[in-house]
Design a protein. Structure first.
Length: 98
């Protein structure tokens, strides 16, 4: 058997699995927002990277999170850095209407 053949996957399978993961991630985000939005609490970016399957790099993860949140018109976010250990936290709120 040719070595590269064991690394092949069907495009349709990849797309379907990615769609399932996207739906699961969207549901996780919705459930989390329902619990913590407007509570005055913030969640660590490290947790969000794992829980929402965001990219490992902090900047990339924040960009990805922003994209997910842009699809929702009922939430804003704020980044807060814990000066003690430089941990990045994210708080979620309902946007104020003017």
């Amino acid at each position: 058997m040719t070595k590269w053949k064991k690394h092949l996957k069907e495009v349709s399978e990849l797309r379907e699995r990615n769609r399932e993961l996207d739906m699961e991630t969207a549901q996780r985000l919705d459930e989390m927002l329902a619990d913590i939005k407007d509570t005055g609490k913030a969640v660590s970016l490290e947790f969000l990277k794992e829980y929402l399957r965001l990219r490992p790099d902090n900047d990339d993860a924040m960009q990805e999170l922003k994209m997910k949140l842009q699809m929702k018109d009922d939430v804003t976010h704020r980044v807060i850095i814990d000066d003690t250990d430089q941990t990045v936290y994210v708080a979620f709120n309902t946007p104020t209407r003017e």
